[in-house]
Design a protein around this ligand. Structure first.
Ligand code: GDP
Ligand code: IMO
Ligand code: MG
Length: 427
């Protein structure tokens, strides 16, 4: 039995939801450690597509217990909608979903501040999901955040909310020229959440560490991806948390010595939603074609995703900062009809070759990718059930990714359904 962290190794939307769902068949506990409803993790069961935002993608297997850890910022409105949706689909959530009492809440003023700031920045905006993620983490680190435990203390909650709403209203009115929020309404709404959320609240750190001690199979599900990490991503075009594997330790209260494997999920090409550098991005016409082929529209906001070639430099960065032990390559089938496929092996910048992803935004925006060209396989991979069923050109493409990233591939995904998956012969 093992503890495995599953992380996005690109700019998010790599197919983490599908991989976590698949591996959950053998897991006892599945836990989320960061991000919030900015995530959109898609799981396809039979013909139905289910998108999860805050609840771990393991919830669809009736035997798993799922945790939303202290590092996640929770929007209680969206959470209750997710619970209601799952229950309406016959998936029992009560008694199986546990929320950390230390997790911070996303408040209405966080969402307002998120969208007001983006609007004020005009062309310089980040392109956030507008879910209040950044402002909520700001309050956490500014030590004025509201936590799940606070919901259970009505009088204290009222006091904290009044203080916060007063100061946020000043910012909304005076800096963003926006409308202020009605404190009484927010207090009324959030006080009402205590009864609904109470049943789910637990000391999830104790619960999870006990499960690990008992030798249970544990999956730890990341949201977003390495290049959106606030420390290692394309700052400031990042999210406000640490999606990398280290975030799992702080976001759940699990020591690094308890982790056995780190599985990096990558698409066989690359996508990104929102603004910011993207060295291997396609031109408009080919980008449109790939968006159609891959169905590349955001699972949370529906925005068109930007598309580009596989970038081995960023996946090497992901291998290093996450300590990846294995890769899962998704969406191989999307490349089925391309006569030629490129892989970026390095960058050129002002006549120099760069082996590592630079920190400077002004360099990131002018990197020239160095490509090698691979022949396409021009046939469907969707019916393959073993690596050896794949056309030789597809096998060589995957082996080359292993060579360039120096990480062995454990899983290849060739469609969104559970059975469209190949497991490689590794542990
Ligand atoms: P996540 O945020 O990392 O969980 O990824 P998303 O759910 O946002 O986006 C991945 C999309 O690709 C979803 O629509 C999945 O159903 C779909 N998907 C996952 N794996 C594959 C695959 O191997 N092939 C194809 N064609 N689609 C896939
Ligand atoms: P999953 O878990 C892709 C992007 C946003 C924006 C930036 C900051 O589904 O892979 P935020 O709302 O977090 O402050 O936005 O991060 N972003 C994602 N892109 N997948 C995600 O999650 C994302 N979550 C945030 O588009 O560029
Ligand atoms: Mg997604």
């Amino acid at each position: 039995m093992a503890v495995t962290i599953i992380v996005g190794a690109q700019w998010g939307d790599e197919g983490k939801g599908k991989i976590v769902d698949l591996l959950s068949a053998k897991a006892g506990v599945v836990a989320r450690y960061q991000g919030g409803p900015n995530a959109g993790h898609t799981v396809v069961v039979d013909e139905e597509e289910i998108v999860l935002h805050q609840i771990p993608s393991g919830i669809l297997h009736p035997h798993t217990r799922c945790i939303i850890g202290n590092g996640v910022v929770i929007d209680p409105v969206i959470l209750m909608e997710e619970v209601a949706f799952l229950e309406s689909r016959g998936i029992t959530v009560a008694g199986r979903l546990f929320i950390s009492h230390r997790a911070h809440l996303i408040m209405p003023y966080h969402k307002k501040l998120d969208t007001a700031r983006e609007a004020a920045q005009g062309a310089a905006k980040i392109g956030t999901t507008g879910r209040g993620i950044g402002p909520s983490y700001v309050d956490k680190y500014d030590r004025c955040g509201i936590r799940i435990v606070d919901l259970l203390d009505r009088n204290g909650l009222r006091e904290k909310l009044i203080a916060n709403i007063e100061s946020k209203n000043k910012v909304l009115e005076r800096i963003y020229d926006g409308e202020s929020l009605d404190a009484d309404q927010i207090i009324q709404d959030y006080v009402a959440f205590d009864q609904r959320i109470d049943a789910f609240v637990k000391d999830t750190t104790v619960y999870l560490n006990r499960a690990i001690d008992a030798g249970e199979e544990v999956l730890i599900e990341g949201a977003q991806g390495t290049m959106l990490d606030v420390d290692f991503g394309t700052y400031p075009y990042v999210t406000s948390s640490n999606p990398i594997a280290g975030g799992a330790c702080t976001g759940l209260g699990v020591g690094p010595t308890r982790i056995d494997k780190v599985l990096g999920v990558v698409k066989a090409y690359t996508t990104r939603v929102g603004m910011g550098p993207f060295p291997t991005e396609f031109g408009v016409e080919f980008g449109d074609k790939m968006r159609q082929l891959g169905g590349e529209y955001g699972a949370t906001t529906g925005r068109p995703r930007r598309c580009g070639w596989f970038d081995a430099v960023i996946v090497r960065l992901a291998a290093m900062v996450n300590g990846l032990t294995h890769l899962a390559i998704t969406k191989m089938d999307v490349l089925d009809t391309l006569p030629e496929i490129q892989i970026c092996t390095g960058y050129r910048y002002q006549g120099r070759t760069l082996e590592h992803y630079p920190a400077e935004l002004w360099i990131q925006e002018h990197l020239e990718p160095v490509y090698e060209t691979h022949p396409g396989w021009l046939c469907s991979t969707r019916e393959a059930r073993h690596f050896s069923d794949l056309p030789k050109a597809a096998q060589r493409y995957l082996r080359r990714i292993e060579e360039l990233t120096r990480v062995p591939i454990a899983i290849v995904s060739i469609g969104s359904k559970r059975n469209q998956t190949l497991f490689m012969e590794t542990d």
